[in-house]
Design a protein around this ligand. Structure first.
Ligand code: KIV
Ligand code: ZN
Length: 419
């Protein structure tokens, strides 16, 4: 059966970049946009042009650079915003104006100080006006999940009649639960008579840690586009993490009738690129791209991994662009993992010798968090286990070394930033 293609709308450079700790300059944004295009993002939201001159210039530069992905930029439902956005976007091969206004009672009353009827009229006006410039116009009903359902459906129907090609349902404050959000999408599809004339999109924030689950629930209920960011960066707790949505759909593909066009092997390099540019690393245990995502320390897990990686990994590290899983030697490691690493380093021991090395290793691991190769070699030396001081085998570069050579090489080696 042919799977339904879900459009991936990446907003790393707009909703992600506007959050504290994730600022990028123009060159970095252009470089990141090129990477997102390579990754296969269908739409790249490049920024919010009215917000500053530098934002305007970045959107313009990205619009000129990107050719395969659609380039979107954000505008409030105001003439000045839409004019400025179009000015920045007009050189794009596939431009999209993304206009929005809030539809929840609390936003309309306290933030906008407008009545629902005014909001409805402004939404329709903004979409019509944007369509005079561009064939591709997305409308977002900000705070949709806290909006009155009847009013939300009226707005959606009206903006589609006005020419919106994409209608986005944001869970702006990350309030929804997956079953509610899935039901909301299903209800909109049932109740809005012209819904088939637009792509139904979702945009989930992570305040309750539900952004990815909500996005997947929306996909199951017929959404055609998901908005997300690399590493889940974004306002407050962030947006739905692109890599998690993509890998959930890939690793559990039999559970989905949908697929994305993302090249998953570029997920990890893209995540790393973003960390390097912003100077903000992802949390160590982050799903898919965190340093621990493919690392194993517990003895039972290491033993399973050495026998068959599928015992403790549901996707291969290579499938997301990580070179290999890592067995981390520490106080929770078992004899089997230690023996394997020692063998890889060229040290072969009898059962009794290994027992002695293992005891010395556990003593060391109690003091140190992780035991590195050079620690292991030092340990074998101190305990007189290393014979004539030569490796019995060869190291990664295929050359036989003395222990001292090996230690010197480690001192000068450039550390792999991932580990
Ligand atoms: O979270 C939100 O509601 C937004 C909209 C502007 C799409 O970012
Ligand atoms: Zn948002």
């Amino acid at each position: 059966m042919k799977k339904r293609k879900i459009q991936i709308f990446d907003t790393t450079l707009r909703d992600g970049e506007q959050a504290p700790g994730f600022t990028m300059d123009l060159d970095e944004k252009v470089k990141m946009a090129a990477q997102l295009e390579l990754l296969g993002a269908d739409v790249i939201e490049a920024g919010f042009p009215i917000s500053s001159d530098s934002e305007f210039e970045s959107v313009k530069a990205i619009a000129r650079k990107v050719t395969r992905s659609t380039v979107a930029a954000l505008a409030r439902a105001k003439k000045a915003d839409i004019d400025r956005t179009w000015e920045a976007l007009r050189h794009a091969r596939k431009p999209r104006i993304h206009t929005f206004i809030a539809t929840s009672e609390i936003h309309m009353m306290h933030k906008l100080k407008k009545t629902p009827e005014q909001v409805l009229q402004e939404a329709v006006w903004a979409v019509r006006y944007a369509r005079t410039f561009c064939d591709d116009v997305e409308f977002s009903a900000e705070d949709a999940t806290r909006s009155d359902l009847d009013f939300l459906c009226r707005v959606i129907e009206a903006v589609i009649d006005a020419g919106a090609t994409v209608v986005n349902i944001p869970d702006t404050v990350g309030y929804s639960l997956p079953w509610e959000f899935g039901e909301l999408i299903a209800t909109i599809r049932r109740r809005v008579p012209n819904i088939d004339r637009a792509v139904l999109s979702v945009h989930c924030h992570d305040d309750l840690g539900m952004a990815v689950a909500n996005s997947l629930a929306a996909i199951r209920n017929g959404a055609g586009q998901v908005e997300c960011t690399i590493n889940g960066i974004g306002e407050r707790a962030g947006n739905a993490a692109l890599e998690e949505i993509v890998m959930a759909m890939q690793a559990r593909n039999t559970g989905f009738e949908e697929e994305t066009g993302i090249e998953a092997t570029l997920l990890y390099p893209t995540s790393q690129m973003l960390c390097e540019m912003t100077g903000t690393p992802v949390q160590i245990n982050k799903a898919v791209v965190g340093r621990n995502a493919f690392s194993h320390e517990a003895g039972i897990h290491q033993d399973g991994m050495l026998k068959n990686p599928m015992t403790y990994e549901i996707m291969t590290p290579q499938s997301v662009g990580v070179d290999a899983s890592k067995i981390v030697l520490g106080k929770h490691s078992g004899r089997n993992a230690l023996n394997c690493r020692l063998r890889e380093l060229g040290f072969h021991y009898s059962r009794e010798e290994l027992d002695r090395v293992y005891l010395a290793f556990i003593n060391m691991a109690d003091r140190k968090k992780n035991v590195a190769d050079k620690d292991l070699i030092g340990l074998t030396q101190q305990n007189g286990f290393a014979g004539n001081g030569r490796f019995n085998g060869t190291t990664d570069d295929g050359i036989r070394h003395t222990v001292q050579d090996y230690l010197n090489k480690q001192k000068t080696a450039i550390p792999d930033p991932r580990w």
